[in-house]
Design a protein around this ligand. Structure first.
Ligand code: FAD
Length: 507
């Protein structure tokens, strides 16, 4: 079976490994030029101006140019990858709880697997697979539920016994493992090289990528075009794509709007060589210990471990949300804070005992941009001819897919498939800074929490969207459900009962 997104460029998973070893790229409208050098000089007009040269903006430029759009201009204020992209851990996965968004992941992995051949630029892609680990009975239920919702997609996914986990990960202690969920085409990629390869491809298809060109002002003209003022002069654009990462809120302000984005701190550590890791015959799959809330993968002969701290201990850039990103902040990282990671690292030491003897080589603590629900803002903004591609908590794995999705939409006037979950307009003025901060905190802290069907999450509620009958309904036993900022009755408890929230996989 072949998954169809666009008949021109989707490939089946069966071809994926073949593509890695084949000299053929995918079919497309434009032809890759082999001149491919950096373009320079700002032109007067453009079909599309993309603001931001991270993985998102670069992928959009690549796909628009590849589909034949003539004047695609990407403006990057410093260097490509200078935001969150350069320091990402590079994990890629086909696993995604939101069914529609799975296709973004599938497309990215397909695209990345042929990119080196297409562009001649290595991207450090390791398709070592990944295993999500269950250590509680509820987590086992969740994995069975996830499998039941996944098998209509072509990316393979299967359950593993603890013994099978050990076969894949000979250095693991499986004492507490009840089950594994295995996705064989997952792995990791070098985000810097990946972005450079996509940029090379974009240039080859005719896009202009201008580094050292910061956007300073945006003005909507009466004819619907945007006057984009940059440090290198002005350009008049038929449309603008805001792909400015954790600066996207600042760019939105230039156009007179605001975006519900929160930069959170996210950390991972890298160890020096671990003899037991070095002695392995092949790379182990990426591990995700869900109760311990961390990912773990090999980094050369050492290990890389990235925890998601709890709702209470994680940190946010609250002043960036309420005020602005500090003017001088560029490629900087935050101070590492190992105390926050300690409980997670202890679980990692139980799981991989040789990790306990490893010495830490480096700690990366950088800004990761969250929306309240951790899904990106992807599509047209409320302002005419303004498009959004921002708020990526998993931008490296989303990058390829979102570039194709947005380019298809821009080129044809229709989204290639239903992805309402990422509609940028799903938040309104009801999503205040307080709400956005509370929700982004909850989403980050619960990154690895069990996700139940019809789940309710309570941070930031209620918003101002409460109906006049709210109190009366609550008195009459209503259990409230949250939708688009509104508190709505989900069900009523029979008289005398208390409407407790009891999520379950068994109803
Ligand atoms: C520690 C850490 C680990 C991570 N690990 C992973 C992972 O394993 N897998 C994964 O999928 N994701 C991971 N992420 C998330 C990932 O890094 C981001 O989702 C992704 O890099 C976002 O890409 P972007 O293009 O949206 O933004 P960015 O990479 O931030 O790019 C935005 C660009 O816009 C430019 N810009 C801003 N303002 C302007 C302006 N006015 N004019 C011109 N240019 C401008 C900036 O200079 C920047 O280069 C991680 C994040 C962190 C912090």
């Amino acid at each position: 079976m072949i998954l169809h997104w666009s008949s021109r460029s989707w490939v089946s998973w069966r071809r994926l490994l073949h593509l890695r070893g084949s000299s053929r790229g995918l079919s497309c409208s434009a032809t890759l030029s082999n001149t491919g050098g950096a373009s320079s000089g700002l032109q007067d007009t453009a079909d599309t101006v993309i603001i931001g040269g991270g993985i998102a903006g670069t992928s959009i430029a690549y796909h628009l140019a590849r589909q034949g759009q003539k004047e695609v201009v990407l403006l990057e204020k410093t260097d490509l990858t200078a935001g969150s992209t350069w320091h990402a851990a590079g994990l890629t996965t086909t696993f995604q709880g939101v069914v529609n968004a799975k296709r973004l992941h599938y497309y990215s992995l397909n695209m990345y697997s042929h990119l080196a051949q297409e562009t001649g630029q290595e991207i450090g892609l390791h398709m070592c697979g990944s295993i999500r680990l269950a250590t509680t009975p509820t987590r086992v239920d969740e994995m069975k539920y996830q499998i039941s919702r996944s098998n209509h997609h072509e990316a393979p996914i299967s359950l593993l016994t603890p013994e099978q986990v050990l076969e894949h990960v000979p250095i693991a202690n499986i004492d507490n493992i009840l089950m594994g969920l295995y996705t064989p085409y997952d792995g990791h990629v070098d985000p810097y090289s990946l972005t450079q390869a996509i940029a090379k491809g974009a240039r080859g298809y005719g896009a202009k990528i201008l580094q050292g060109t910061g956007v300073e002002a945006l003005k909507l003209r009466e004819d619907g075009r945007w006057l984009v003022t940059t440090t290198q002069g002005d350009v008049l654009a038929d449309r603008v794509v805001n792909a400015a990462g954790f600066w996207a809120k600042e760019v939105a302000k230039m156009a007179g709007s605001d975006l519900p984005l929160v930069p959170n701190h996210h950390q991972y550590i890298v160890t020096s060589t671990v003899p037991e890791v070095k002695a392995l015959k092949k790379e182990i799959p990426v591990l995700r210990h869900l109760e311990g809330s961390f990912y773990l993968r090999m980094e050369r002969d050492g290990l890389l471990v990235g925890p998601y701290e709890s709702v209470e201990t994680m940190r946010q850039c609250e002043d960036w949300v309420r005020d602005c990103v500090p003017k001088g902040f560029g490629k900087e990282l935050f101070e590492p804070d190992l105390d926050r990671l300690e409980p997670h690292l202890e679980v990692a030491m139980e799981l991989i005992p040789c990790f306990a003897n490893a010495s830490i080589q480096s700690v990366v603590n950088g800004p990761i941009t969250y929306t309240p629900d951790v899904l990106p803002l992807l599509g047209p903004d409320i302002l005419p001819n303004m498009w959004l591609a921002a708020g990526f908590g998993y931008g490296i794995v989303h990058g390829g897919g979102i570039g194709k999705f947005l380019a298809d939409w821009i080129q044809t006037g229709e989204p290639p498939f239903e992805l309402n979950e990422c509609d940028p307009l799903r938040f309104g003025s009801w999503a205040t800074d307080d709400y956005v901060l509370a929700k982004a905190r909850e989403s980050y802290g619960m990154n690895n929490a069990v996700t139940f069907p019809h789940e309710e999450r309570f941070a930031g509620r209620p918003t101002c969207r409460v109906s006049g009958a709210h109190e009366l309904m609550e008195k009459r036993g209503a259990r409230m459900h949250f939708h688009s900022g509104w508190e709505q009755p989900a069900w009523f408890c029979p008289s005398g009962g208390k409407p407790e929230y009891q999520p379950s996989f068994r109803r």
